[in-house]
Design a protein around this ligand. Structure first.
Ligand SMILES: [Zn+2]
Ligand SMILES: [Zn+2]
Length: 369
């Protein structure tokens, strides 16, 4: 094992001390040594994602068993390699390299999804901050073969939130089956995921991006690359909203693709209705609690429209590398603010009360006294 000499024996981590309730606590943990194939990462930044809140509150039973007290959360982290475990020599990594850790933190490399390049859905994968100790801590272990290299020109605080929201948005847009110039609608367009999808779709993929959201968010949506903004509040019904968007589309035929980034069932229903013939509905936003079927998607509607309804989870390793490359080239600009570790509970409260604007990135370099 090789590594830096200034690594403390203990470090600080943010844990969920009362899973099921909104509560975090800062504790000291022993710095682990990396085992075979692993590296020890000195974390500097971690984004805070709504999925962390869902895991903390034990709201996603579909994931698996609920977390236990003491779980370290977080799944969009960036840090520097502090130690290389045995058997990592063949990976092109050295001490001090910046790497990212994302939702799918470890994969087996051998199951069917892995072999098919869908490692984000690995049957034996481990989710960061749920099945592994996550990124809300000053040190964490990660597999040398699966960390995401951070481009040298991309700042760590900018990179962190892209490892979840950015990769997810990129992977969803790739599933649109759209060509440059096509009319692509984003439902929930100004949220954490949606605003990144607008930027990647317009500047990175050359789509005509159409933003749909609730309230006066037109200016922000246009800044992010939207050509048009539709405020749900200005339309009396879903049917009116669908008509307005279809009227704005080429020939009035509807959208080539609709990416639903919000968890709203109405958004899913309207999204399907506004597709043109052979259009694609990409499902991304996961409702919390009871899952409601997409209201209008019945076999006859899908057949008559020759529509495709596809799900998109979190993207694979290749998507992560491509997303960070887009960011390094200035295509993506995440809205975020930095908060110290000590404010983590406050950040989750803001998120729970829907008061959070943009993303929050925790600065993990400053210990809490
Ligand atoms: Zn996330
Ligand atoms: Zn696998």
């Amino acid at each position: 094992m090789t590594g830096l000499t200034d690594i403390p024996t203990r470090y600080q981590a943010i844990i969920y001390d009362q899973p099921g309730a909104l509560s975090t606590k800062i504790v000291e943990l022993d710095t682990p040594n990396p085992g075979v194939g692993d590296v020890l990462v000195r974390m500097t930044h971690s984004g805070v994602c709504r999925s962390d809140l869902s895991v903390m509150m034990r709201r996603w039973s579909y994931l698996g068993p609920p977390i236990q007290p003491g779980q370290v959360g977080g799944h969009e982290g960036v840090g520097e390699i502090a130690r290389l475990g045995p058997g990592t020599e063949r990976f092109n990594l050295k001490i001090g390299d910046r790497v990212g850790i994302k939702w799918m933190a470890r994969v087996c490399g051998e199951c069917l999804p892995c072999l098919a390049g869908r490692d984000g859905s690995c049957f034996n994968g481990k989710i960061s901050g749920y099945e592994t100790a996550g990124t809300f801590q000053q040190f964490t272990l990660a597999p040398a073969n699966y960390v995401t290299p951070i481009p040298s020109s991309l700042r760590s605080d900018l990179a962190a939130p892209l490892l979840c929201g950015g990769v997810t948005a990129y992977a969803a847009l790739k599933k649109c089956d759209a060509q440059p110039g096509d009319f692509v609608v984003i439902m929930g367009a100004t949220g954490g995921l949606g605003h990144l999808a607008l930027q990647i779709g317009s500047n990175g993929m050359g789509y005509r991006m159409i933003a749909v959201d609730y309230g006066h968010k037109s200016e922000f949506a246009i800044q992010c690359g939207a050509e048009l903004y539709f405020d749900v509040k200005n339309h009396k019904s879903n049917a009116e909203l669908v008509k307005a968007i279809k009227d704005a589309s080429p020939g009035g035929f509807g959208a080539t693709a609709v990416v639903v980034c919000t968890a709203s069932n109405d958004a899913y229903a309207a999204g399907f209705e506004m597709l043109k013939l052979s259009g694609t509905l990409v499902c991304v936003g996961v409702p919390e609690g009871k899952q409601v079927p997409i209201a209008t998607v019945d076999p006859a509607s899908i057949i008559s429209k020759e529509a495709r309804v596809v799900g998109s989870l979190v993207g694979n390793r290749e998507d992560a590398i491509a997303t960070l490359d887009l960011a390094a080239r200035g295509v993506i600009n995440t809205r975020f603010r930095i908060e110290p570790m000590s404010n983590s509970s406050k950040v989750f409260e803001e998120m729970e009360n829907m008061k959070l604007q943009g993303r929050v990135v925790l600065d993990l370099t400053q210990a809490v006294s």
